[in-house]
Structure formats: structure tokens, C-alpha cells
Design a protein around this ligand. Sequence first.
Ligand code: VGL
Ligand code: ZN
Length: 200
Amino acid sequence: MSLSDELRLQDGDALVLVDVQQDFLPGGHLGVPDGDQVIAPLNSAVRLFQSRDLPVVATRDWHPLNHCSFEPQGGPWPQHCVQHTQGADWAPQLQLPDDVIVISKGDTATQEAYSGFQGTNLADRLHHRQVRRLVIGGLATDYCVLQTVLDARAQGFEALVLKDAIRAVNVSPGDDEKALERMRGAGARLTRSQDLFDAN
Ligand code: VGL
Ligand code: ZN
């Protein structure tokens, strides 16, 4: 099987967009450097998956105002993605399909949930649709993308990460590279979105 065969989409594939929300864009309450750069490749990926009738999932950080990850509660982060605020809305340029599967996470005040699988029914919903492989992009590489990819692998899904469609917070320089290494170590494959488009 050639490399491009492995990138060919088929039944059992699903696209997962991680936390492409206003607060993670530059200027947002937890702005990720160049976070807006993920939108164009992800919109192209959405169109490709839609054209094949393959599922598109969008996870969102959906915190109550008193969430434990916020600084006033002793957490590491400024308040962000507070339920029903503009910061929790999708990035304005993001083009989600009408039948997108929305997964809200981090909605319990006392629990952090970086992964789209944590405290949600994502795994059940994917298994129900016979999904076996996830194509993943979004924000942020070193937190929610990383943990979603690791959980996907732990749950037995194949994982293909679009490396130009993710961006990192990089609290410490090099966190992005460490995250990529952990994904690879867990058996995820990293590819350029253009290679996915060319193979399809
Ligand atoms: C995230 C920090 C805090 C993320 C969410 O989406 O990567 N990062 N909450
Ligand atoms: Zn959060």
C-alpha cells in the first residue's frame, strides 16, 4: 500500500475539529499564537468530508464561570470559553456542516477536560457510526489536541493529525514539539492537509 493509499478517505473515517473557538484565536481570552491559521485548512477538510458523506465532529470547551481551570479558582488559565459567551462561539470564519456533531466538554466546574473524550459520549457516538479512524485538527496542539489524540488512540481509533491545521499555546518553548512526539509515540500519524487533499 502506498503512502497516498493510506491517506485515501473511506467509510469509517471521521473529521474532528478541536476547540476552534473565538477565545483561542489571537485576541481571545486564551489566544493561541496564529490560532486563526487552522481555519482555512479545516474548512477545506470539512468540505472534503461532507462531499464523501463522512461525519464531522466539533468539540468545544464549554466552561461554567466558576471552572476550576480559571485563575480566580486557583487554576492555570484566564477565564475562557465560558458557556453562552461570545468567546465560546465558533471562530467566525469556520464553516461547520449543518449536521455537525457538537461535543461540549469541561462543563463540570470541578473537572478539567482537555480531551474531547473526557466526560462526553464521543467514543460511543463514533462507535455507533462505525468510525475507526479520526482525522484531527484544531486548538491547541499542546493541550486539547494532544489529549484528544492520546484518548483516541487509547480507545482504539486510528488517528491522523493535520499538522498545518493545529497551533500550540507553548507556555514553555518546545511544548509543541513535545506534544507532536507524544502523539507519534502513541501511534498517531502526522500529515500535511495538502497531502490528504491530493490523495482524495
Ligand atoms: C485548551 C487550555 C485550556 C485547549 C482548553 O483547547 O487546548 N487549552 N482549555
Ligand atoms: Zn479550557
